[in-house]
Design a protein. Structure first.
Length: 288
């Protein structure tokens, strides 16, 4: 396949590598030129310097921070979609707003291109070993065409509905994850103030009904140890929970826990800044 890949951050870099190692012709781009050079040091790729370098690309993958950035790269100032063949397939693996994804799909259809949304879960470790969970939304023929690329990147592929459904599912998953981290953090802080050893608390949670992804993987290694290097930005976590809250509002569904989670994550992100790891949010809550 002749594939393009835009967005070579902590997740995108290993993902692009898997596509290239499978024998595909790969053109890559990132606004950080050094990121593209790091990919090129590992695998054989062509580094794009402008939108015209994506001419002839059959399948284009985007792995960018927000839906707005995806739209700008494709049909805004980046003008990349205009360079693609009329039957090109675009796979947006970013965390984007579901309604925005549907709107972008309509714009791309006017250019003759198809869009599939396929956000992921699993973080950098699963991006590195190609075992991501991938949530796929889109029309049947486009999804079928996307699967050979997606199967290079993940082990659990779920087709969850029409265009935008993948992004909706990703936002809802990240809301549940954020709420679990918030609850576990609060329990840890309360227990510590009462005199319970934090490490022992996590050991008990992990063999009890309070066990979560975060109690197993985040708390000891990143919170208690003070490393705070889980590899997922707090700003992105807060953004995803806000997307979930926006989805609930658009559907006229009252979700008080979701609203509180979004407020908590957003407040922590504003306090700590755009470069904070998601596990650093507990520093803000510890001051309460």
């Amino acid at each position: 396949m002749n594939v393009g890949f835009i967005g070579l951050g902590a997740m995108g870099r290993p993902m692009a590598g898997h596509i290239a190692r499978a024998g595909n012709s790969l053109t890559v781009f990132d606004v950080d030129a050094a990121a593209a050079q790091r990919v090129a040091a590992d695998v054989t790729v062509r580094i794009a310097t402008g939108p015209e370098d994506f001419r002839g690309t059959d399948i284009l993958v985007t792995m960018l921070p927000t839906g707005a950035i995806v739209r700008d790269a494709l049909v805004g100032s980046g003008e990349i979609a205009a360079q693609l063949p009329r039957d090109a397939l675009i796979i947006d693996m970013s965390s984007s707003e579901p309604e925005g994804t549907r709107e972008l799909g309509a714009v791309l259809a006017g250019l003759g291109a198809s869009l599939v949304d396929a956000p992921v879960s699993g973080g950098v470790p699963r991006a590195t070993d190609a075992s991501l969970t991938i949530m796929i939304g889109g029309a049947g023929p486009a999804v079928a065409r996307a699967r050979p690329v997606l199967e290079l990147l993940g082990k659990r592929l779920f087709e969850v509905g029409g265009l935008g459904a993948g992004h909706a599912m990703k936002a809802l998953n990240n809301y549940v994850s954020a709420a679990a981290f918030e609850a576990t953090s609060e329990a840890l802080l309360i227990g510590k103030r009462f005199g319970i050893d934090p490490t022992q608390m996590i050991d008990i949670l992990n063999v009890s009904t309070g066990r979560t992804f975060h109690s197993e993987l985040s708390m000891k290694d990143h919170v208690i140890a003070g490393r705070h290097a889980a590899g997922f930005l707090l700003a992105l976590a807060a953004k995803d929970v806000r997307i979930a809250a926006g989805l609930a509002a658009a559907l006229n569904f009252t979700a008080p826990m979701l609203a509180l989670s979004a407020a908590q994550m957003s407040a922590a992100s504003r306090t700590l800044g755009p470069k904070a790891d998601v596990t650093e949010a507990i520093k803000v809550w510890d001051q309460g």
